[in-house]
Design a protein around this ligand. Sequence first.
Ligand SMILES: CC1=C(CCC(=O)O)c2cc3nc(cc4[nH]c(cc5[nH]c(cc1n2)c(C)c5CCC(=O)O)c(CCC(=O)O)c4C)C(CCC(=O)O)=C3C
Ligand SMILES: [Fe+2]
Length: 344
Amino acid sequence: MRPYDAFLLVSFGGPEAEDEVIPFLENVTRGRGIPRERLAEVGEHYFLFDGVSPINQQCRDLIAEVRADFSANGVDLPVYWGNRFWAPMLTDTVRQMARDGVRRVVAMATSAYSNYSSHRAYLNDIAAAREAVGPEAPEIELIRPFFDHPGFIEPLVEHTRQALDRLPDDKRTGARLLFSAHSIPTAMADASGAPGQGYGSGGAYAAQLEEVARMVAERVGGGHPYEVVYQSRSGPPSQPWLEPDVNDRLEELSKEGAEAVVVVPHGFVSDHMEVKFDLDHEARETAAGLGIAFERALSPGTHPRFVQMVRELVQERAEGAEPMGLSGLPLCHECVADCCPQKR
Ligand SMILES: CC1=C(CCC(=O)O)c2cc3nc(cc4[nH]c(cc5[nH]c(cc1n2)c(C)c5CCC(=O)O)c(CCC(=O)O)c4C)C(CCC(=O)O)=C3C
Ligand SMILES: [Fe+2]
């Protein structure tokens, strides 16, 4: 797949044993000003699962499918994997690629949207890893945010229908769809996207989330009321983050007489800890306490259409083709130097 000689999956990383939880959280939060209580609290989420985050295995599963898809379709790129915060660490992977003689890499982040945490932070960490490896490090180009690619949208549609089917028969009609994404500081949200893309003061992230929710709900059909909610807030209470929180919204919906919800984690690509704990554990419990029937749609994960999308994004980039998206929102060909700055 000229001009590239390797594909790299870049992910967040997560612990896989109890004694890895605290060192992992220290890596994530270094220099972040996250309150100690929040760290201890998040540590408990991981201990509830014996210290094992599902995210690494989900990356291994995705890579296995991508390798099979590449070889079935004549894409002859070796596949590498590096994480920002836990083994296999990105810097080690970049060093290995240098040893293997890799010169030019096309990389994809396990993150579909435009904002500092989902996009710029990946670019920065790639730059830092190359810097650490030195002049032998390959060039690494990051695939653009892919939030409205059919390979992301179609699995969400199918998974939302399946979740609706799991609701009790008498609660399905009129069930509400809550599309849930990671909250970020509102200053970071306002600055998300690239200058000149015309997203306005609310920024790209919220607009992209709103549009994906609309497209998925429309394709699911059935006239279900839908809205975007946020989850997994951290940071000090004094700092504004995107709202409403999924749990607060469930409380309000209960007062409005809602009987059933399907939560769609459209802000994520796999069912990692933020989904397993914050939705399957916490939000489910909130809904149970309110007597609201609750189902959670699967994230794209290793859905075959999502796997195919990885190849399509590699091909799009290799060929310099127009970026493909279903929404009509502005898409980047390449990431510009000043998109998605860190603001908090
Ligand atoms: C937008 C976004 C995504 C989605 C896009 C993407 O995937 O990149 C995401 C994903 C993830 N976030 C994850 C875990 C954590 N995120 C934290 C903290 C933070 N996340 C933020 C944003 C996001 N996070 C922000 C603004 C912070 C505050 C600190 C900072 O400004 O950086 C903390 C610290 C404790 C806490 O405060 O919660 C943890 C442990 C995991 C791993 C899950 C697993 O182990 O399975 C994943 C996939
Ligand atoms: Fe996070």
